[in-house]
Design a protein around this ligand. Structure first.
Ligand SMILES: Nc1ncnc2c1ncn2[C@@H]1O[C@H](COP(=O)(O)OP(=O)(O)OP(=O)(O)O)[C@@H](O)[C@H]1O
Ligand SMILES: O=P(O)(O)OC[C@H]1O[C@H](OP(=O)(O)OP(=O)(O)O)[C@H](O)[C@@H]1O
Ligand SMILES: O=C(O)c1cccnc1
Ligand SMILES: [Mg+2]
Length: 519
């Protein structure tokens, strides 16, 4: 039975579904959030209006950008924030007390944003290296950190610029395009062409039927083998592989894509694939392409492309050379970069382990800090300057320069006037006195958008569809100056505060920090 329902899910007149993962409940938090909440309540502080900042201090992967992701799940979580009787009893048993709200949000909100932003950024970095024109497929479900890691990886890789996922559940949940190729097990499961019983295939326009597609494939393999340009290039191909390809083509004549590395890419996989693709072409079907999953992907992609060009010329099958070449096998930013440097003919990359596990950086360090209570700004000091929090409820803007690039982000106090186009504004490093710059923005973009005004009574705004979020992410990254984006030692992107906020931070700092005594 639900005993405490804040009625949030109906704030905008509509009921909002809960988080994608039903495990995301108010109990998905650290115990100390409950003890803190209880202590606030005991002290009579539970009605005080608090402002927290959720932010990270350092961009991941040695880069200069981070893609914020996870907001939708946070809003769904907040909108359905309620305790069941059973949950309350459990907390009371663990705590011997009662509790209050905002402190309880720290852990789940960080949980929902940290991995989401990390994997979206990881995906964007892979996209940056692969280039705009390549198709990027997320293949990581089998290697992801549990079911939620798998679903999250698919959703946020898509936001970060991947084109599709192999994860069917994510396709259904979020409408992400689904893609898949062909597996080794299917190829290995065949032993000979005799296993193919149903051999007939109707032509693509339905006007005729080929009664023995297997023989047609064999005829084509023979023709390729004895053609002028390919004579002596390969000998006997693996017949079990040929059987697997033929059988797969009979099942999916419109979507024939073959995994060609099970036995030998150039001596078997590619000639077998071409024989089946040419037989399909006779019946009006257009094969899709191949996947390479081992060996030197640059070299093999060149060789495969050459083979396709030869076939196109030799047999006059228009467009054959454009066959899609997909590559996979432990790909990551480094291997993509190496492939680019060597040159390659790959059109699509399937990326799993390194993408979804965020292999090069295990976590993003988002934190959640109190910056104001009862309209009183608060600060958290630290010996480590980068860990000093920036007090006050704030606004945040991106200032663009003459060449259209973002120059700097600036935070101001909530009630300060916003920066104006054409008006000079002083941007200051929050902690380093000597780092400051005047900026005359050509465009000002407010970055912090409030989807849920909360206590103001205004309705909750819908988030844009996932596809639009993805487009915005891709467009924003395109705007960045290239030196901020490069992989090795990128130029730091500046994040600043207004002069007024700078003065206030330092005033508060001096106020809160005890003066030492030397003896
Ligand atoms: N041209 C290339 N330049 C740089 N790295 C490459 C290139 N081609 C492939 N790679 C990478 O090299 C690694 C090759 O993996 P590995 O040494 O395990 O061999 P394999 O091809 O997977 O062999 P196996 O047939 O045993 O699966 C993969 O991580 C792959 O992404
Ligand atoms: O390599 P990843 O980036 O993780 O991408 C997914 C991999 O998963 C599949 O094979 P799997 O790794 O299961 O088997 P294999 O290594 O024997 O090919 C697929 O063939 C890819 O190689
Ligand atoms: O469709 C594929 O080729 C695929 C999907 C997941 C993992 N490896 C390959
Ligand atoms: Mg593998």
């Amino acid at each position: 039975m639900e005993v405490k329902d804040y009625g949030l899910s109906r704030v905008s007149g509509r009921v909002l579904d809960g988080p994608t993962n039903p495990m995301v409940t108010p109990l998905l938090t650290d115990l100390y959030q409950f003890t803190m909440a209880y202590a606030y309540w005991k002290a009579g502080k539970h009605q005080e209006r608090a402002v927290f900042d959720l932010y990270f201090r350092k961009n991941p992967f040695g880069g200069e950008y981070t893609i914020f992701a996870g907001l939708e799940e946070c809003i769904k979580f907040l909108a359905n924030f309620k305790f069941t009787e059973d949950e309350i009893s459990f907390v009371c048993e663990s705590l011997a007390g009662s509790c209050e709200v905002v402190q309880l949000l720290e852990t789940p909100l960080l949980n929902l944003v940290n991995y989401a932003s990390l994997v979206a950024t990881n995906a964007a970095r892979h996209r940056f290296v692969a280039g705009k024109s390549k198709m990027l497929l997320e293949f990581g479900l089998r290697r992801a950190q549990g079911p939620d890691g798998g679903i999250g990886a698919s959703k946020y890789s898509y936001i970060g610029g991947f084109d599709a996922t192999s994860n069917v559940a994510a396709g259904k949940l979020f409408g992400i395009p689904l893609r898949g190729t062909h597996s080794h097990a299917f190829v290995s499961s065949y032993m000979s062409l005799d296993e193919i019983v149903e051999k007939s295939l109707r032509s693509s326009d339905g006007s005729s039927s080929c009664e023995d597609f297997v023989s047609l494939v064999q005829t084509w393999l023979n023709k390729i083998q004895w053609s002028n340009s390919l004579r002596n290039v390969f000998g006997e191909t693996n017949q079990s592989e040929l059987a697997a390809f033929t059988s797969y083509a009979l099942a999916f004549p419109n979507n024939f894509l073959a995994l060609v590395d099970t036995y030998d890419v150039m001596r078997s996989g590619i000639p077998n694939f071409c024989a089946v693709a040419l037989a399909l072409s006779d019946l009006g079907y257009k094969a899709v392409g191949i996947r390479l999953d081992s060996g030197d992907l640059a070299y093999l992609s060149f060789e495969a492309r050459k083979f396709f060009c030869t076939i196109e010329k030799e047999f006059g099958v228009l467009g054959f050379e454009k066959m899609i070449i997909t590559a996979s096998n432990d790909l990551n930013e480094e291997t993509l970069d190496a492939l680019n440097k060597q040159g390659h003919e790959v059109d699509a990359f399937g990326i799993g382990t390194y993408l979804v596990t965020c292999f090069t950086q295990a976590a993003l360090g988002c934190v959640f800090k109190l910056v104001e209570i009862n309209n009183q700004p608060r600060i958290k000091l630290s010996e480590d300057v980068s860990k000093v929090s920036i007090p006050c409820k704030k606004r945040c803007y991106r200032l663009y320069g003459r060449e259209g690039y973002p120059l700097v982000d600036i935070m101001t106090g909530e009630n300060e006037p916003s920066p104006k186009v054409g008006e000079r504004i002083l941007c200051r490093h929050p902690f380093n006195e000597s780092k400051r710059a005047y900026v005359v923005p050509q465009k000002v973009e407010e970055l912090l958008k409030c989807y849920w005004p909360g206590s103001s009574g205004k309705a909750r705004e819908d988030l844009p569809p996932l596809k639009d979020i993805r487009t915005r992410c891709i467009d924003q990254l395109e705007l960045m100056r290239p030196d901020h984006m490069r992989r090795l030692n990128p130029t730091p992107y500046k994040v600043s505060v207004s002069a007024k906020l700078y003065d206030f931070i330092h005033f508060l700092w001096l106020n809160e920090a005890p003066v030492g005594e030397l003896q």
